[in-house]
Write a protein that binds this ligand. Sequence first.
Ligand SMILES: [Zn+2]
Length: 463
Amino acid sequence: MKRLLLPLLLGLAASAAAQNDYSHRYTRSLHDLLTEISARFEVRLKCEVDTVGRTLPYGASRIRPYSLEETLDNVLKPFDYKFVKQNDRYYKIKPYESHRRLPEEGAALLGWLTRTHAADSASFERRKRELRNGVCELTGIDRLLAACVRTEPVLTKPRRYDGYTVRNFRLETLPGLYVCGSIYLPATREKHPVILSPDGHSDRYNENTQLRLATWARMGAAAVSYDLVGYGESALQVGAETHHSPIAQLLQLMNGIRVLDMMLARKDIDQTRVGICGASGGGTQTMQLSVIDDRYTAACPVISLSSYFDGGCACESGIQICSAGGGTCNAELAAAFAPRPLGVVSDGKDWTAHVPTQELPYLQHVYGLYGAAEQLRNYHFPAEGHDFGPSKRQAVYTFFAEVFGLDRSQADETKTTVEPVEQLLLFGPEGAELPAGAIRSVTGLAPWFEAQAVADAAAQNRR
Ligand SMILES: [Zn+2]
């Protein structure tokens, strides 16, 4: 009996020890958990994140059998991942994106901004100063502007077309660094309003850009486009990949300010009618420039204004401007333009889809504080997507015709002569005519930017 009892007792002890060994903490691999969640909730989960080697203690306990989204939240947040719903049966798993939030979060932020900073015009005036100071501090724009050289721009001879002329310019900003662009001028001789047109991930050679700028000129405004950092002839100096760096965001703000300086120094420009209008990334620039540069009298961000999306490129959100003033968003940056005329162009298929129901009521509230509701316009295209197509161009013609007194009857794009790329170049084919002393690599920006940021951009460009 004793012989039998001892092994039996030892066996029972071993089994109890196994049952009581919780050191593994019920750890599950993230891959397995996502596979189980996919099967359990009958949804497709597309992983755009690295799951290799990722494990979660108490994995099964994170599943909420009654809620897919709560489950995904519990499982993904420890890794700084998130889900983005594509439809009821399909979700993407993505890394955390600092520039993108949920529409409901945008609504909550607008509610907080209204309660905290927009009770009356005096508190909103304080908020405007806070935003401007915050954006200047976060970007360091004043330090960069102080380093700019103040030489005259070099302009090409005018090319004359039906009701307008085009001249190219190169303007030295930092020593050895140039911004290149084109000025479209009305054929008439009186003083013209000016419209700055920062590009949004297209170039100034683009047919749509030429149509728009030529048409504004035929309507009576001087219109200016200039290279994005890393695009067009800027790529000759800093490399195309520098565009995907916070350096680009700061240089683009600097370029916008210096190009406006250049235009306002001209005798044919009316300093009381100064506009800015860009789409997508150009819309982000429109809002950011209008906050730090108070010379604008009308602004029109196109397919960009949102309370839950700050712009997905490093040239828009590489510097976290939306942390200014304790937390802001593009909608508030645009609201800071009150009571001056503001046009907002939005569509139904991107982050501007909620403008009529979410951002516009907030803007109306702020403009209402100044008794200036009529200065706010929204051109919404619910069936359209993220483009600066013909209908949206017509909207911006209407906006500037109304606020600057332009001749709307001249908004006929068919009168435009679309020029070939070569005619819009300043430095000749492949940069053969870059001036002596011109920067030819992003490393040439080392005196003005953090060493690490320059090194990162240089490495990107070498790949
Ligand atoms: Zn960009």
